[in-house]
Design a protein around this ligand. Structure first.
Ligand code: HEC
Length: 165
C-alpha cells in the first residue's frame, strides 16, 4: 500500500469512529468522561483534520530516490554547475566540481561488475579529470569538448545498459 492509501484508510477509520461514537455512545461511555458530545466531536475533528494535512503532505512529498538515482542526480548537478561556471569563467569552481565528478565516477566505476558499464564510467572519470586540468589552464575550449565527450558516455550507457533492462 502506498503512503497515501494508508493515510486514506486511517481517515476512513477515524471517520467511521466519529460517526459511531457521536450517534451511538452516551457521554459516560466515552474515553473523555464528562466531556460533552460537542467537545468530543470537536476533538476528533481536530485529529481528523491533522491526519488529513499529514496525509496530504505525505502524498505530495517526492518519493525517495534509489541509490543509483542519487548517484545519477549528483552527476547531472555537477555537469550543470560546470557548464554554468564555465560561462561565468569561474574556473576554480569548474575544477572543484570536475574533481568531484571524477572521484565519484572512479569509485562507482571500480565496483561495477558489467565490463561496458565499468569502462564507460571510468572513461567519464578520466574525462572529468581532463576538465579539471583544463580549468586550471583556463582552457574553456577544451572543457567544452570534454563535456561533450562525457555526455556521449552517459548516453551510451543509458542506451546500451539502462534502457535494455
Ligand atoms: C554505467 C552506466 C551509466 C553511466 C555511465 C551513466 N548512467 Fe545515468 N543511469 C544509469 C542507470 C542504470 C540509470 C537508472 C537508475 C535507476 O533508475 O535506478 C540511470 C539513470 C540516470 C538518470 C535518471 C535518474 C533518476 O532520478 O531517475 C539521470 C539523470 C542520469 N542517469 C544521468 C547520467 C549522467 C549525467 C551521466 C554521465 C555523467 C550518467 N547518467 C552516466 C546508468 C548509467
Amino acid at each position: 500500500m502506498t503512503h497515501k492509501a494508508v493515510h486514506r484508510k486511517i481517515l476512513e477509520y477515524q471517520g467511521a469512529f466519529l460517526v459511531r461514537i457521536s450517534f451511538t455512545t452516551p457521554n459516560h461511555h466515552t474515553a473523555l468522561k464528562g466531556a460533552s458530545d460537542e467537545k468530543v466531536i470537536v476533538l476528533l475533528s481536530v485529529a481528523i483534520f491533522a491526519t488529513a494535512v499529514f496525509a496530504f503532505a505525505a502524498g505530495d512529498a517526492k518519493p525517495e530516490l534509489s541509490p543509483a538515482q542519487k548517484i545519477m542526480q549528483a552527476r547531472v548537478a555537477w555537469l550543470a554547475a560546470i557548464n554554468k561556471n564555465l560561462d561565468a569563467k569561474k574556473f576554480e569552481a569548474v575544477t572543484k566540481d570536475a574533481n568531484e565528478l571524477a572521484a565519484q565516477t572512479k569509485k562507482v566505476g571500480e565496483n561495477l561488475p558489467n565490463p561496458l558499464g565499468k569502462e564507460l564510467t571510468l572513461a567519464i572519470s578520466a574525462l572529468a579529470k581532463d576538465i579539471s586540468v583544463a580549468a586550471t589552464k583556463k582552457d574553456g575550449g577544451k572543457i567544452k569538448v570534454k563535456l561533450g565527450e562525457i555526455k556521449g558516455k552517459c548516453g551510451e550507457c543509458h542506451a546500451k545498459i539502462r534502457d535494455k533492462k
